[in-house]
Ligand binder design. Structure first.
Ligand code: NDP
Length: 495
């Protein structure tokens, strides 16, 4: 077992001096500050990116406003075609993009290929289809007619303007593509601020967008720390923010957006998602489900489950098989195609997870498996299974965003629903059972933007996604995104 060799173009890309992507080209930042990008599998610094400053933000916003003037007037089919060409280019450069992503995030190479490239292309094509289908309505007002006059009305869907897309580090390409595609298909321009931990892949994708025919200024990419996102949200020249990230940052972004003159804000935030296993579920299927729900990409998925509720009659059997399965996982380098479980994406996150292990022990939780860092270079953390004592335990309430599955047994379906709904969040949940009728009766009682049955975590562009309660405001995908990226203009005519 060994690492795949990096493509020459990946080596060359990593060696390049990385600027900001403004007005269709890579430009040097006004700031002399840079941020190091570290490969979490090795701990080695692989690139330096600019930490943009206020002058860079002004330049990107000016460029995006010029881009908007042009792009909002483009024919819908032209907009769709650019997204289709970008999807083709992602696929043509699949291995290069996947390798860059794996080097910066530690995502195992198969996940980079399948999600960050293939799924991103799939999303682009889905959104491209909407370009020619956005429409308003015709309406007939009931106003009084005194002299035979009549009335008609229609609505126009108009792009909101310059969008700020703020992206977290866990799926730096796919989440950026969701925002980029929603903005571009509706006729908006967009400035994307990737996470400081994973800024590289998007800089390459911006070049591909120009190759796909996107006019300069319609997509700008500003790298840098959180201050760059804040500066963009508060800038008077931006009109909407689409933020994906943690709940505390999301609340701060929402506040800044409102304070900046009611800038529209969509907030896709985290949560503490639950998976409930009904009494009838087969133990082997339950274990497969727990691995899908809790351990894909080392649990660094907003929709992943972190709270697992298993019927008391089955919990011992489930935990025993899960421990066995996790102990056989092939943990290793994310560039090795045999690896099933790689590092987490950055060192601070690794330390945060270590803190949760300490907390679980302090609260006398039982560590069934893992509960330590892995003694090798890089940011490795054992896949971990914890049995809690009470629904109030920290590991059943705080989002760890890591490979930690915390369990609690339950006795009745009513208790299961109460446990699943405990806490302020509502991003996603899943039910696992052979009794589909029972599951469908339980679904309406679950507080979550998405409820899966016998599956967890997988997203499709046709199905709206977003959080209820403290997990966010707004929905992506389906037709739901249209509301967020367009304004409705009413036109009324007397004749
Ligand atoms: P953060 O909230 O820390 O950061 C998200 C983005 O916001 C980053 O680009 C960050 O920049 C930027 N940022 C930081 N401070 C500000 C600010 N004041 N104003 C504007 N932007 C700012 O989240 P993480 O990157 O740590 O991502 C993990 C979180 O994201 C988890 O809670 C997870 O659940 C959530 N998430 C939600 C998803 C959903 O669809 N609901 C999907 C994926 C993740 P920088 O990194 O440079 O600090």
């Amino acid at each position: 077992m060994s690492d795949i060799p990096l493509l020459p173009q990946v080596e060359a890309f990593l060696r390049r001096p990385h600027g900001l992507f403004i007005d269709g080209v890579n430009v040097r930042s006004h700031s002399s500050q840079t941020l190091a990008v570290t490969n979490p599998a090795t701990g080695q610094v692989i690139a330096q990116v600019a930490d943009a400053d206020l002058a860079d933000i002004d330049a990107a916003v000016d460029s995006a406003n010029r881009g908007f003037q042009l792009w909002s007037q483009a024919a819908p089919a032209t907009r769709g075609n650019v997204l289709l060409k970008l999807a083709d280019l992602l696929e043509r450069n699949r291995e290069e993009l996947a390798q860059i992503e794996t080097c910066q995030s530690g995502k195992i190479i198969q996940i980079s290929r399948a999600f960050e490239v293939d799924q991103a292309a799939h999303f682009l094509r889905y959104y491209a289809g909407w370009a020619t289908k956005l429409s308003g309505q015709t309406l007939t007002p009931s106003l009084p007619s005194f002299n035979g006059e009549r009335y008609t009305a229609f609505t126009l869907r108009e792009p909101v303007g310059v969008v700020v897309g703020i992206v977290p580090w866990n799926f730096s390409t796919m989440i950026a593509i969701w925002k980029l595609a929603s903005a571009l298909v509706t006729g908006c321009s967009i400035i994307i601020k990737p996470s400081e931990f994973t800024p590289l892949t998007l800089l390459r994708i911006a070049e591909l967008a120009i190759e796909a025919g996107l006019p300069a200024g319609v997509l700008n990419v500003l790298t840098g720390g959180g201050h760059v996102g804040k500066g963009l949200v508060e800038h008077p020249g931006t009109h909407k923010v689409s933020f994906t990230g943690s709940v505390p940052t999301g609340i701060a972004v929402g506040r800044s957006a409102m304070g900046a003159g009611l800038t529209r804000a969509t907030l896709e935030l985290g949560g503490k998602n639950a998976a409930g296993f009904l009494r009838d579920v087969d133990v082997d299927k339950a274990v497969d489900g727990i691995i899908e729900a809790g351990f894909l990409h080392s649990g660094q998925i907003c929709a992943a489950a972190e709270r697992f509720f298993v019927h008391r009659s089955q919990i011992d059997a489930v935990l025993e098989k899960l421990k066995l399965r996790l102990s056989r996982l092939n943990i290793g380098s994310p560039l090795d195609e045999h690896t099933e479980f790689g590092p987490v994406t950055h060192h601070q996150h690794q330390l945060k997870l270590l803190g949760y292990f300490t907390q679980a022990r302090a609260e006398n939780n039982t560590i069934i498996h893992g509960g330590t860092l892995i003694d090798r270079p890089g940011c490795y953390v054992e896949p971990t299974v914890i049995l809690a004592n009470s629904i109030n335990d920290t590991l059943l309430n705080e989002e760890t965003f890591g490979p930690i599955a915390t369990f609690l047994p339950y006795d009745s379906d009513e208790e299961l629903l109460a446990l699943m709904n405990n806490g302020p969040y509502g991003l996603s949940a899943s039910l696992w059972t052979n009794d589909l009728g029972k599951a469908l009766r339980m679904v309406p009682a679950i507080h979550a933007g998405t409820v899966w049955v016998n599956m967890h975590t997988l997203l499709d562009p046709a199905v709206p996604f977003g959080g209820s309660r403290s997990s966010g405001i707004g929905r992506e995908f389906g037709s739901a995104f249209i509301e967020d990226y367009t304004e409705l203009k009413s036109v009324m005519i007397r004749y």
